[in-house]
Design a protein around this ligand. Structure first.
Ligand code: AOF
Ligand code: ZN
Length: 376
């Protein structure tokens, strides 16, 4: 394979970035399948023309390549395909995408990430190369695997991708003891949190937070209400009141309770109210890991842990956090402040990722050092 010229390299990065943006449209809406983007381009440089676009369809099928090929029709012949994940090589409900690209006459394929699915895992690339297609593996960039990090985590670690989000006051607190709920972060940052919720399969809180705050944990952005993720309350001893808003709205928004009493009669009233029960053997690191390993079987590949500090600490201790989102506000809570976990204030084993300002709050992301790689 020849090294790409600098003109070609610039085209490749430009169109891969475009394919990645396109793939974001269906994040969280393709079931266990990753949301992939494909862009078909004729020509290069100033003469480059996009002739087809595709994103993995709602529910996960058809795959993005097929959507893009259909969009392009005969214009796919001689085109370059930019695909954010290695085209598949297996006979699923539709034929392999690698073969479909070859059959359509695509002559060059630029791939944004390897597919660790054992049915693919390099076979898509081998099929393309075997048919004489020029393949470039462009497995780089901060965000290469981000649109399908849940899928990568399921395959590489056998558990969902876990984001721990905590809002922290200027004096290092996450709330106030006793009294009323304090809004640590402001309205602009809170809307970003709702947007993040919309892209998650599940959102999780500990029972202490569920009792203290009586939260709804839904996405309440106009037009995105239907994107509320599954809500999970970690409640080993079933302390969540049946009158809690989470239980009361379980018919409308899927709600799971992770408890050691999942199979007991004590869980029946929750079941009757529409909650699902997740088996949890206990509250130590091994039990949390086992709970997470169970989640992909119920369609959960991404989880946001929203607190409180006890659950956050349990996840950090168990080494089950992939991204920390620390939201620092200017609020001062004072002496009744509940201290933020040290592992969130000074993350160990994480590197600094994105940082943004929303209103007066600073949103900082930390990425696990040994994150699942899109190139493996
Ligand atoms: C692609 N393009 O847009 C996506 C792919 O059950 P199936 O047959 O739909 O296959 C699911 C697997 O296909 C999934 O685990 C992942 O490896 C790949 N997803 N592949 O060529 C796509 N979404
Ligand atoms: Zn495919």
């Amino acid at each position: 394979m020849a090294e790409p010229s600098s003109r070609q390299d610039a085209d490749d990065r430009r169109f891969m970035a475009a394919a990645r943006r396109l793939s974001l449209r269906h994040v969280g809406l393709t079931a266990e399948n990753p949301s992939v983007g494909t862009i078909l381009v004729q020509g290069t440089g100033a003469g480059a023309e996009v002739v087809g676009r595709g994103v993995t369809a709602l529910g996960g099928r058809p795959h993005s390549e097929r959507v893009a090929l259909r969009d392009a029709g005969t214009a796919a012949r001689g085109a370059t395909a930019y695909v954010t994940l290695e085209p598949c090589a297996h006979q699923g409900r539709t034929g392999p995408c690698a073969n479909a690209l070859v059959a359509a006459g695509v002559t060059r394929v630029v791939i944004g990430a390897a597919d660790p699915d054992p049915r693919v895992n390099g076979r898509g690339i081998a099929t393309l190369r075997g048919a004489g297609v020029d393949v470039r593996e462009l497995f780089e960039g901060e965000d290469a695997g981000r649109p399908f990090e849940g899928f990568l985590s399921r395959l590489c670690r056998g558990r969902p991708h876990v984001t721990l989000k905590m809002a922290i006051s200027a004096d290092g607190a996450v709330g106030r003891l006793g009294g009323d709920r304090v809004g640590v972060s402001g309205p602009i940052a809170n809307r970003q949190v709702h947007l993040m919720r919309a892209g998650m399969d599940a959102i999780m809180v500990g029972v202490g937070t569920a009792i203290a705050d009586d939260p709804l944990l839904t996405c309440r952005l106009p037009g995105l209400e239907a994107r509320s993720p599954i809500r999970i309350v970690v409640d080993p001893q079933l302390r969540l009141p049946l009158g809690a808003r989470l239980v009361q709205t379980a018919d409308a928004v899927p709600t799971l309770i992770a408890t050691t009493h999942a199979a007991d009669a004590a869980a029946d009233p929750y079941r009757k109210a529409g909650c699902g029960l997740l088996p949890l053997e206990g509250y130590d690191a091994d039990h949390l890991r086992a709970m997470l390993r169970f989640m992909p079987s119920v369609g959960i590949q991404t989880v946001m842990v929203e607190g409180g500090p006890a659950l956050a600490n349990a996840f950090l201790w168990a080494g089950q956090v992939d991204r920390i989102v620390a939201l620092r506000s200017e609020l001062v809570i004072g002496e009744l402040g509940i201290p933020a976990p040290a592992g969130v204030l000074k993350p160990q084993g994480f590197r600094l990722g994105r940082s943004e300002r929303f209103g007066t709050d600073v949103w900082t992301e930390w990425e696990r050092n040994d994150a699942c790689s899109p190139g493996s």
